[in-house]
Ligand binder design. Structure first.
Ligand SMILES: NC(=O)c1ccc[n+]([C@@H]2O[C@H](COP(=O)([O-])OP(=O)(O)OC[C@H]3O[C@@H](n4cnc5c(N)ncnc54)[C@H](O)[C@@H]3O)[C@@H](O)[C@H]2O)c1
Length: 167
């Protein structure tokens, strides 16, 4: 299958194993669900995550993420999770650990800022709005796929043009 067909098929990450840290909510969870849609086997991990939290989410039919409680500041927890994931799914191919540079994206934590702060942010953003989680997840799926095979060691801002202004 050529790359464009794969893109249409939305299964360009089939056979890959993806582990996302801090994915109990917000961007991490949105990224995990997008990688699942793209065909990857997905492992959600978070300090606060419980198995039942993920089961409430809409996931592609017959496809569920593995869910682990894991604190990224505790190396022994990371080793334990990685060992179990490797045994159950194979080696982790994709690690999402704050790999993109978002501007202000509408997650619960951002929406909890005072309205005047959010207005100020919108005013200094070229697109005059906050970002949506799916505008970050699309980039993560691309970066995790063969489409980005000649990209490495770089940062891609997803900021709605906030970085075009000098604060
Ligand atoms: N949303 C934005 O606009 C924005 C902008 C810039 C940077 N970021 C960064 O992107 C990341 C995700 O943002 P978000 O809006 O989804 O935030 P969020 O608060 O909704 O999600 C962060 C998640 O990380 C988990 N977490 C915190 N400490 C942890 C630890 N030690 N080990 C494992 N999990 C831990 C939390 O439980 C939570 O589920 C954050 O690091 C945030 O600072 C977000």
């Amino acid at each position: 299958m050529n790359q464009l067909n794969q893109l249409n098929d939305q299964k360009m990450l089939s056979g890959k194993v993806a582990l996302i840290t801090g994915s109990g909510g917000g961007l991490g969870k949105a990224i995990g669900l997008s990688l699942l849609e793209a065909g990857a086997s997905v492992v959600l991990t978070d300090l606060l995550l419980q198995e039942e939290d993920a089961s409430k989410d809409k996931v592609p039919r017959n496809r569920h993420p593995l869910v682990f409680k894991m604190d990224v500041t505790r190396p022994e927890q990371i080793s334990k999770v990685v060992d179990e994931v490797t045994e159950r799914l194979g080696v982790v191919d994709i690690l999402v650990n704050n790999a993109v540079m978002p501007g202000f994206i509408e997650t619960e934590i951002v929406k909890s800022h005072r309205p005047e702060i959010l207005e100020r942010v919108k005013n200094v953003t070229a697109m005059k709005r906050l970002g949506r989680p799916e505008e970050v997840t699309a980039l993560v799926v691309f970066l995790a796929s063969e489409f980005s095979s000649y990209m490495t060691g770089t940062a891609i801002p997803v900021t709605g043009g906030a970085d075009l202004f000098v604060f």
